[in-house]
Write a protein that binds this ligand. Sequence first.
Ligand code: HEM
Ligand code: FES
Length: 749
Amino acid sequence: MTETATPPAAGRCPVAHGFDAMSDDYYRDPSTHFARVRDEHPVFWYPWLNAWVVTRREDVLRVLADWREFSSSGNTATIEVPEKHRDVVPQGLMSEMIVGTDPDLHTVHRNAALRGFTQDRMEALRPQIEERAHRILDKIETRGSGDLMEEYCLELTTQTLLAHLGLGWEHDAMMRRLRGDMGRVLSSAQEEMPAEIVDEVWERFAASFARLQAVVAERRENPGDDFISDMATQRTRDGAYVLTVPQVALHVCEFALAGADTTAQAMANAVLFLAEKEHYVEEALQDPALWANVFEETVRRRPSSPFASRKAMRDLEISGVRIAKGDMVWVSLASANTDPAHVERPFEFDIHREDPTDHLAFTAGRHTCLGQALARVQGATGLRVLFERLPSLRPAAEVPLDFARMALLPVRLSLPVVWDVADVERQKKRVKREMDLVLTGREEVADGVVALRFAHPDGDVLPDWEPGAHVDVRVPVDGGVLVRQYSLSSSPSQRHEWRLGVLREEGGRGGSRAVHDRLEVGARVRLGWPRNNFRFVPSPRYVFVAGGIGITPILPMIEKAEAEGAEWELHYGGRTRSSMAFLDELERYGDRVRTIPQDECGHPDLPGIFAAVRPGTLVYACGPEPLLTALEGALAHWPAGTLHTERFAPRKVVRDAPDEAFEVEFAQSGVRARVPVGKSVLQVAEEHGITALSSCKEGTCGTCETRILHGSADHRDSILTPAEQAADGTMMICVSRAARGCPRLVLDA
Ligand code: HEM
Ligand code: FES
C-alpha cells in the first residue's frame, strides 16, 4: 500500500492520523477512508493540502450555504500564469472561473452560462448522446475486452461536450488535451504542480486557449445554435456583451474539465458497483428508468469530485474546531454522502433508495454543479446503452489502482473490462437503432428517380454495411411520419456518406412522394441502422437481374463482385432508357451490362438467359413482382438456393383456407397468449409489453424476424427463401402465423 511519508510541518490541530489522500486506501474508496477518521475528528487539519477538512454532512451544508463566510475565491485566485504566457492568458483572468468567484461576479458569469444547461437543452441532447454511445460501441463491441474509461466513458463525454459547444471534429484532440491540462491548472491553486510538467502543461494550455479565443470571436460574428454562441452573444440591457471573448474561452476550458472526466468517472464507478450487485443490471434493463438511480447512487457512494473547497473569510468555529480567517476549508462530499447521521446503510450501493438524489455530489448553494442536468442525462443514457448492448460487461479480474493522484479531482485513468461477444448478435434483435443524418445531396438521376446523399451532421463515419443492406427512413408527411425502406446504393467503402435512390410512385402510399416533394438538401432526417435481408454470398459467378429502381442494391454488389474477381453479368430492364437510373455508372463495365429498355427491346428474355444451368452461379435479383415471379419460373430447373431476391412490395400470399386462432408462447418473457384471427403475432406481443422490433409490418424488411423454438409456421413474408421457410428456424411475426395443424408456437422473444 502506497502511503505518503512524513507530512510537511504541521500547522494546526487536530490532525487526523491515518488520513492520507495520497494513499491506495483513499483511491480505492474515499468514503470509507473518511469514515475511519470522521467520528474522532469531524474537522481536522490536513497539512499536505494546507487546508481544513470538514466531514460531517451538517457542517458541509453550513460551509456550502454561506458564501460570505466561506468564499470560493481561494479556488483560483492563486493560480500563477507563467510570465511567458501572460500575453495569451492574462494573469487576472484565471480568477474569473465560475467555480472560483463569489457574487456578484459569480452571478453574472453563472447566469451567462446557465442558458446552455436548461432541462430542455439537455433533453434535446439525449438522442444525440444515445446515438454517439451506439457509434462508439459499434467500433469496439466485437472485441470482447477493452479499456472502458478511455474507449467509452471519456469518448462519450468528450464527444457530447464537443456537440454541445458546437465544436467540430477538428477540435477533438485539443479538447482531450485541455481536459487534463485544465485539471492540472485548476489544482495548481491548491496543490503544487510537479515542477517537471509545469512548462509542457502551460505550453499546451496557452495554445488551446488561443485557439478557443479565435473560435469565440468568430461565433460572436457568426453565431450558431450552440453553447459557445449562447455565451458569446449575450448582451446586457444597454447592449454591451456580458462576457469578454477571453472570459467565454475560459469558461469553455472549465467545461472541458468539469464536463468530461466527472461524468466519465461516474460511469466507470457505476460499472464497478454493479459488478457487486449483478441483479441490478437485469432490473434496470427491464425498467430503464432505474438507470437514473444507478447514476445517482454511484455519485452518492463515490462522488467524482470528493471535495469542494472554500476560504474562511473570518475567524470561526466548526464542530468545536477553530478556523482562522484566510484558512482553506475543504468539504468532503464523499464523507457527507455517507454520513450515518443522514443516510441509512451508508456504504451499501442501493439503487432503490427513497430519494436517490438526496446527496451532495453536486454540492449545494450558489456553486451547485452547473452541469448536473447534462451529467444526469449523459450518465444514465451512457450506462443504459452500454448494458443494453453488452449486458455481460464486467470489470476484468484485475483492476489496477490507475489514478492521476490529485486529492481534489482524483481521476481514474483506466478501467479494464470484459464482455461476451455473443451479446452483440443477441442485442441486435432487441434494440432498434436510429440516427439523425443530414441530407447533403439530392440529384435527379432518371425520370422520377432522385438520388439522396446522407451524412452525419458532424462528419463522423457512418455504421458499416454490406451490399444488399437497406435502411429505414422516417419520411415526414402531413400529420406524422411514414417509415420507408430504401436500399443503400453507394459503396460500403464510402464511410462518410450513404446514397439512396428513390422512385416517385404516384400510386403508392405517399412515402416516396413525400421524399420527392419535401426532402430538401440540409434537412435532418432520421434513418435506421443498415439491415440486410439480401446478403451477398461469395461465389465465383453471378448473374444480376434488376428491374427499374431495383438496380439500387445491385450496384454495390457489382462493385464487390468486381473487387473479388468474380465473373458476372447484369440484365437491367426498365420502361424507357430515361427512366433507368445510374446507367452512366454502369458504362465502365462494358458489355457485361445488358440494358433492356422495354420500349426498345421488350421484356428481358429470362427463359433464354437461364436456359442452360451454369453450375456455381448465384442469381441476385431486385425489381417489381412480375419480374421476380417470371424469374422464379425461369430458374425452376436450376439448383435450389440459386436465386436471391429482394422485393419492393410483399409477395402475394395465396391462402387455401381461412386463418385460425392459435397459441403463442414467448419463451424469454414467459408470456403465453392467444393470437386471434385478424391479429398478428407482433400485435399480440406488443399488447403484452414484449420487446418486439418492427418496421414495415408487411413482411418485407426483416426487422421483426424471431427465432422459432417449437412449432411450425405458415410463412407469409417476402424475405426468407423457400429453403429457409421450410427449415422453420425463424419467422417474420408481423405477417406469418402458426402452420395449419400447429396449435402452439414457442418463440424466442
Ligand atoms: C458526475 C458528474 C459531475 C459531478 C459529480 C460534478 C460535481 C461538481 C462539483 C462538486 C462542483 C463544485 C461545486 C462547488 O464548488 O460547490 C461542480 C461545479 C461545476 N460543474 Fe460539475 N459535476 C459533474 C458534471 C458536470 C458537467 C457535465 C458539467 C458541464 C459541462 C459541469 C460543470 C460544472 C461547472 C461549470 C461548475 C461550477 C459551478 C459554479 O461554481 O457555480 N459539471 N460540479
Ligand atoms: S416488420 Fe418488416 S418484416 Fe416484419
